[in-house]
Ligand binder design. Structure first.
Ligand SMILES: C[S@@+](CC[C@H](N)C(=O)[O-])C[C@H]1O[C@@H](n2cnc3c(N)ncnc32)[C@H](O)[C@@H]1O
Length: 272
């Protein structure tokens, strides 16, 4: 199983390092910031709670669980015609109507996948009103999904014990017990003042949220859960998680226009 969407902060580069650190045994798996779900799908736990504040993203996982075939069928129809600017902006508008009316159905999930594959850099960005506003990437044809991958994910979500929620990370962590494993992949702290990317939802993720997250990490450590977290390797992260096991890893950053700045460091932090 692999991610259905391209998602900012997708964990493809860090995946091997993260997988090496996933505990061999634990009770329930928690991922409060599920995003594209690269780690969750690679681990494929038998019992898990996944969560995100992005209502559209949560709808996608719920629809795949309820009826992956319906999502596939709608994406297949959208892929049948070749795309151009006019088609892209018309389908994006249809998607925005779904967002505005909060029509969370299989068609909405399919529109989310299709726009993700036809928008610039696979970004998910919304304006203050919650409208998806990423421009066209000029892709004219091609498949937006691997149908087999979606079917396997749908089957997995149905047969394993998977809870899918749409809430703040602190809310879903109230259920965590000793022996559970929690992986936090929150929106990252910026590497520089201008490089932040916190528009995943219209609320953003602020420094105060990072402090809230660090306090939660400490609380979960205290009650006997195993906790792992990833973020950029910046001084504030070292201060917030002082005393825990912090591994720094080199990563390539594709989005910087200056080639010299296309490498960076991220950290994986564990309490075990
Ligand atoms: C870095 S992304 C996760 C990347 C993901 N693990 C992957 O592999 O693609 C962070 C996610 O946190 C979500 N988010 C932002 N604020 C949140 C909050 N307060 N509680 C829960 N999720 C939140 C965003 O919608 C976004 O999907």
């Amino acid at each position: 199983m692999s991610p259905v969407l391209k998602w900012a902060g997708g964990k493809t580069q860090l995946l091997n390092s993260i997988m090496e650190k996933v505990p061999k045994t634990y009770n329930r798996y928690y991922e409060p910031f599920i995003g594209g779900g690269a780690v969750f799908l690679a681990v494929s736990p038998t019992a898990a709670s996944i969560n995100d504040t992005n209502e559209q993203l949560v709808n996608l996982y719920r629809q795949l669980k309820a009826n992956a075939a319906a999502v596939i069928e709608t994406v297949r129809k959208l892929d049948e015609r070749s795309c151009d600017r006019e088609v892209y902006y018309r389908i994006r508008e249809k998607y925005n109507q779904k967002i505005a009316s909060r029509t969370l159905d299989a068609e909405c999930a399919a529109l989310m996948i299709w726009t993700n594959k036809h928008c610039f850099n696979g970004l998910y960005r919304v304006n203050q009103k919650g409208r998806f506003n990423v421009p066209y990437n000029n892709k004219t044809k091609g498949k937006s999904i691997s149908e087999k991958n979606l079917l396997v994910i749908g089957k997995y979500l149905q047969t394993a014990d998977i809870t899918i929620t749409c809430a703040d990370f602190e809310v879903i962590c109230k259920d965590v017990c000793s022996g559970d494993f929690v992986y936090f992949d929150s929106p990252y702290l910026p590497v520089s003042e201008t490089a932040d990317f916190t528009d995943y939802t219209k609320d953003g993720f602020l420094p105060a949220d990072h402090e809230r997250l660090a306090n939660l990490f400490k609380h979960l450590d205290h009650i006997g859960a195993k906790v792992m977290l990833s973020n950029n390797d910046v001084p504030l992260v070292h201060r917030l998680y002082d005393g825990y096991c912090i591994q720094s890893i080199d990563v390539k950053r594709m989005i910087n226009s200056n080639a010299l700045k296309r490498t960076g460091k991220e950290v994986i932090i564990t309490n075990y």
